[in-house]
Design a protein around this ligand. Structure first.
Ligand code: TXA
Ligand code: MG
Length: 309
């Protein structure tokens, strides 16, 4: 696999997209594989490059200056959340408008919208007269990329260009909140927690039951080649890793005391384990609060038995 061109020039990325190309872009959460929303051929190529089923709809990424109500029906709750958290790691799932093509939503009547805060991608979006779809820039079912070289490694020249914006600061995918006439609910936990969301809304949140309604959030996702074991305590994880090494296996503990750092480094560490051929990662589960909930969610998926083709 040949390496793709890599640039830090957002205008060059905009030109490639305007010519019908697909470009890996940095966001504050993870790198995305972008194409213009109304460029059907580019969007179809993104599904193919990722080996992603067409039934898994894509997030539409908007410029900070765009009007989200062109794309989706933004009710009072959604508007408040957008005002509080955009640009930032929040995706709003709302009823779509006719501007959103079927090839983005898989024919669903909803659309996922997000305004990313990464400055290079904001500049890129400002150069375009369309929004961008951008699923995480990894092969389907694998660990999301948090650095440009992760994308180069995974996708090579199947992408036309990589816009290098440095390491992602959040490190795990955006929080997805569904807002419709009935209620709001968190479908995918992230750096913006359900407490943050509840604080902004006057109406209460519906329970987290995302697995049933957002496709692409199957039990096993975000999985490295290494086996991931989970431990509730640091001491327990160290003991397990020690026992495994004594039994002749290669095993390491994965843990950061600071949950923000844990999230930022999680995928990089799982990828690094694979690069070194490590057999087993023993990950310590952080407290189930704040961003810790999202880390636990991704670790559970990384440790689940694989259920993709
Ligand atoms: O942080 C992020 O959100 C990253 C960066 C690149 O923005 N993107 C990302 O995209 O994580 P992706 O495609 O890997 O995950 C998007 C999730 C999928 O589970 C997808 O099924 C769900 O959002 N989704 C998108 N549109 C939807 C819709 N209309 N209805 C239900 N689920 C939807
Ligand atoms: Mg993904």
């Amino acid at each position: 696999m040949t390496s793709p061109p890599v640039t830090t020039d957002a205008r060059r990325a905009a030109e490639t997209l305007s010519r019908g190309g697909i470009v890996a872009i940095p966001t504050e959460t993870v790198y995305g594989l972008a194409g213009r929303v109304h460029d059907e051929a580019a969007v179809r190529r993104i599904f193919a490059v990722k080996a992603r089923p067409l039934s898994h709809p894509l997030i539409v990424h908007l410029a900070a200056g765009d009007d989200p109500s062109r794309w989706g029906h933004i009710n009072d709750s959604a508007r408040r959340l957008a005002e509080a958290f955009w640009p930032g790691p929040l995706t709003l799932l709302v009823p779509r408008t006719p501007l959103v093509p079927d090839w983005v939503t898989g024919g669903r009547d909803s659309v996922a919208l997000r305004v990313p805060s990464h400055p290079a991608t904001q500049e890129l979006l400002d150069c375009l007269d369309d929004a961008l779809v951008a699923p995480s820039a990894n092969r389907f079912g694998h660990v999301s990329p948090t650095r440009a070289d992760h994308v180069v490694h995974d996708l090579g020249d199947r992408v036309d260009l990589v816009l290098d914006g440095g390491p992602c600061t959040v490190g795990i995918e955006s929080t997805i909140v569904e807002c419709n006439d009935r209620a709001c609910s968190v479908l995918r936990p992230g750096a913006i927690t359900s407490d943050h969301v509840a604080q902004v809304l006057s109406s209460p949140l519906r329970g987290d039951d995302g697995d049933s309604r957002a496709p692409g959030m199957m039990k096993s996702h975000y999985a490295p080649n290494a086996v991931v074991l989970l431990s509730d305590t640091v001491a327990g994880a160290r003991r397990t890793a020690e026992e495994l090494r004594n039994a002749g296996r290669s095993a390491e503990v994965l843990w950061y005391q600071d949950p923000g750092e844990y999230a930022a480094r999680l995928y990089e560490r799982l990828r690094d384990a694979d690069a070194r051929g490590l057999e087993i990662v023993v990950a310590v589960l952080p407290e189930d609060e704040g961003i810790g909930r999202a880390i636990r969610d991704r670790l559970a998926k990384a440790s689940a038995e694989r259920d993709w083709p």
